[in-house]
Write a protein that binds this ligand. Structure first.
Ligand SMILES: Nc1ncnc2c1ncn2[C@@H]1O[C@H](COP(=O)(O)OP(=O)(O)O)[C@@H](O)[C@H]1O
Ligand SMILES: [Mg+2]
Length: 354
């Protein structure tokens, strides 16, 4: 078979860490959390004030770091590492969210409306899409707080959520309208909402002067969502990174996600090819089939995804956990990435500082 030359650039970690937000996406089990934790550690070791956020309901960051990072605002208790970890649980985020909606609305509605509001909030708690709306709310709040950190790494980039953010302001109005419209007695609010509609295109939230106070939180949310969508589309501020193992399904999923983001003008910063078997695997009968399959998928990657800067991470024989495990992974990543322009790296040497 003619040899295919992969022309993809190597992933440039320096360029990646210059951004404010790093979204690590990919299919389940390919190594997203591991890669996200490693990148967050590397960034923190470079002196960047770093936050690692997981939105995956099946959290495993505590396992990966080998510590419960829930004290002191999630600070990872490792000397010399300025890293915080935050796990977002969709259901508790939803509770908080509904509580905030409740608090925002209560002062503005009459006594006889309070019962219906409570009932509506209760229904909303179990309605489809509610957790997603709450997660989006938490996500956009974090994006708004980006100035508090040098870098926020999102483990499990919520690609679907991101795409929905891009279809703003529709999602917001659906949510707000859904909440307010379902009960006939809130017809008054419906009128108010219809006045909100024209503001979705080009009117400024500054209009809130004219709008009733009850609308202020909705307008705030709308502005925040719009800001988040802008930030996510800005390749100087945000980098989407896809992790995949060289297998068919992860390849398909990655291609789909890259294309979907592309169609919303959200650029993808790079690709992490994880768990690559070494050439010796060809000699091991038990591994030969998998090794060849990996080779076949890697040449498809070279054909179809060579526009993305990439990095290849070998399959590790060790458990990747705790400070030592993540440090090893960080050394592997640093060696596999594009060498820093200003430094001459000594091959095989671990970085000096922590
Ligand atoms: N390069 C690698 N070599 C060996 N094991 C790996 C590698 N990358 C990840 N793993 C392991 O694969 C499993 C799944 O990784 P994880 O990061 O939890 O995936 P995800 O977050 O995508 O579901 C974990 O046990 C992790 O330690
Ligand atoms: Mg994970």
């Amino acid at each position: 078979m003619a040899e295919r030359v992969a022309v993809a650039q190597k992933l440039d970690l320096d360029a990646l860490f210059k951004r404010r937000l790093l979204m690590v996406g990919g299919k389940g089990g390919v190594g997203k959390s591991t890669i996200a934790a490693t990148l967050a550690l590397m960034a923190a070791q470079r002196g960047l004030k770093t936050l690692l956020v997981s939105t995956d309901p099946a959290h495993n960051l505590a396992d990966i770091f080998g510590c419960q990072c829930d004290g002191d605002k999630g600070r990872v208790p490792w000397q010399g590492v300025g890293l915080r970890v935050q796990e977002i649980h969709p259901d508790s985020v939803l509770d908080d969210y509904l509580e905030s909606v409740r608090k925002q609305m209560l002062p503005h509605i009459s006594l006889n409306m309070r019962g219906p509001l409570e009932k509506q909030l209760h229904l909303t708690r179990h309605s489809p899409g509610a957790e997603e709306a709450a997660l989006l709310d938490a996500l956009t709040r974090l994006i708004k707080q980006r100035e508090d950190y040098d870098l926020i790494v999102f483990d499990t980039a919520p690609t679907g959520h991101t795409l929905r953010l891009m279809s703003l302001p529709g999602v917001m109005n659906t949510w707000a309208t859904g909440l307010l419209q379902q009960k006939q007695h809130v017809g008054r609010f419906r009128d108010i909402l219809s006045r909100l509609e024209p503001a979705t295109d080009d009117a400024q939230p500054g209009n809130s002067d004219a709008a009733p106070a009850v609308l202020a939180p909705l307008l705030e949310r709308q502005a925040r969502f719009r800001d988040a969508a802008t930030v996510l589309k800005d390749s100087e501020l945000t980098g989407f990174l896809f992790v995949m193992t060289p297998e068919l399904l992860p390849l398909q999923e990655t291609r789909r996600a890259v294309a979907a983001l592309d169609s919303h003008q959200v650029p993808v910063a790079g690709l992490v090819l994880n768990r690559i078997l070494p050439a010796e695997a060809e000699q091991v009968p038990f591994l030969r089939g998998v090794y060849r399959q990996q080779g076949a998928v890697l040449s498809q990657v070279a054909e179809q995804l060579s526009a993305l800067p990439q990095i290849q991470i070998p399959m590790s024989g060790d458990v990747i956990q705790g400070r030592e495990g993540l440090q090893q992974m960080a050394d592997v990543m640093a060696a596999a990435a594009k060498p820093a322009a200003h430094k001459q790296k000594m091959p095989g040497r671990a970085p000096a500082g922590h």
